[in-house]
Design a protein around this ligand. Structure first.
Ligand code: CP
Ligand code: NVA
Length: 306
């Protein structure tokens, strides 16, 4: 049977997400009550990082321990990965010694090649093109605060990056709409969007994209791996800050999300990220709970309510 991976948001059906979200709710409740939950006893997660991380490493490592298993951290600096070992060979070796693998890397093609040679499930912990674990945590956070996300409107203010492509896939799965406002030259690459996806509308003006939105979200102007473009981006993104005026165009009960780390005064004003509509700390915490449910699902499959 084919191994189930989570390499992009569209790898799971709505039914699978609903199951994982329900498990995440239960797993979160147990965590809050200090109730042990060890379905992954004696199981090992290997985490491969080719880019920096705080939240992803913490949430996967802590999560795996809390599920009764162990997590091993590898990075490009001090493993053979940084010395040119072919990704296919690394996948063969790593996947013979563990039960599940999480990778943060550059091109999506790298994780696809890794997964094709892996004997165990592979989770995308961020690539240039996708960040599905973060958007899963964000959808979970929206549902926690406001109920179903179906039929709602999400405003994306920023470049067409990994977060946006995962939001666009999530919109198709969950049935919500994304108002997208990207600065000129940083717009959507049609090759990265399913041609049948009609769940988004483009807005040249970022404030217009926020009109009547249920959720406003943004991200750093320069993603990891694109640092040499930083000066040009600072200029091109002028006017794309999510500030109080833009939030005022959204619905009064709109939430603000940001995957973090954030730059106050660039993509978001302090009044917004530190204001009452912001749920960024819940978003960060929920990485832990949804990824524990994801790890459980990918390693042991569906389990009864326990
Ligand atoms: N949001 C997120 O993925 O954070 P890290 O880069 O700290 O893992
Ligand atoms: N888009 C950002 C997200 C960081 C969590 C990046 O890729 O750097």
């Amino acid at each position: 049977m084919a191994i189930k991976h989570f390499l992009q948001f569209s790898d799971f059906t709505l039914d699978e997400f609903e199951y994982v979200i329900e498990r995440a709710r239960l797993i979160k409740r147990k965590f809050k009550n200090y109730e042990p939950h060890h379905p992954l006893e004696d199981r090992t997660l290997v985490m491969v990082f080719e880019k920096n991380s705080t939240r992803t490493r913490l949430s996967f490592e802590a999560g795996m321990h809390q599920l009764g298993g162990a997590a091993i951290y590898l990075n490009t600096r001090d493993s053979q990965l940084g010395r040119g070992e072919p990704v296919e060979d690394a996948a063969q070796v790593i996947s013979r010694m563990c039960d599940i693998i999480m990778i943060r890397t550059f091109g999506q093609d790298i994780i696809e090649r890794f997964a094709a040679n892996s004997r165990v499930p592979v989770i995308n912990g961020l690539t240039n093109e996708h960040h599905p674990c973060q958007v899963l945590a964000d959808v979970f956070t929206y549902i926690e605060h406001r109920g179903s996300i179906a039929g709602k409107t999400v405003a994306w203010i920023g470049d067409a990056n990994n977060m946006l492509y995962s939001w666009l896939q999530a919109a198709q799965v969950f049935g919500f709409h994304v108002n997208v406002s990207t600065p000129a030259g940083y717009d959507i690459d049609p090759a990265l969007v399913e041609p049948s996806n009609q769940r988004y509308t483009l807005f040249p003006n970022p404030a217009d994209a926020c009109q009547d939105a249920d959720l406003v979200t943004t991200d750093v102007w320069t993603s990891m791996g694109f640092e040499e473009e930083n000066a040009a981006r600072l200029k091109a993104f002028d006017g794309w800050i999510v500030d109080g005026a833009k939030m005022a165009r959204a619905r009064p009960d709109a939430l603000f999300m940001h995957c973090l780390p954030a730059h106050r005064g660039e993509e978001v004003a302090a009044e917004v990220i530190d204001g009452p509509q912001s749920v960024v700390w819940d978003e960060a915490e929920n990485r832990l709970h949804v990824q524990k449910a994801l790890l459980e699902y990918l390693v042991v499959g569906r389990v009864g309510a326990n």
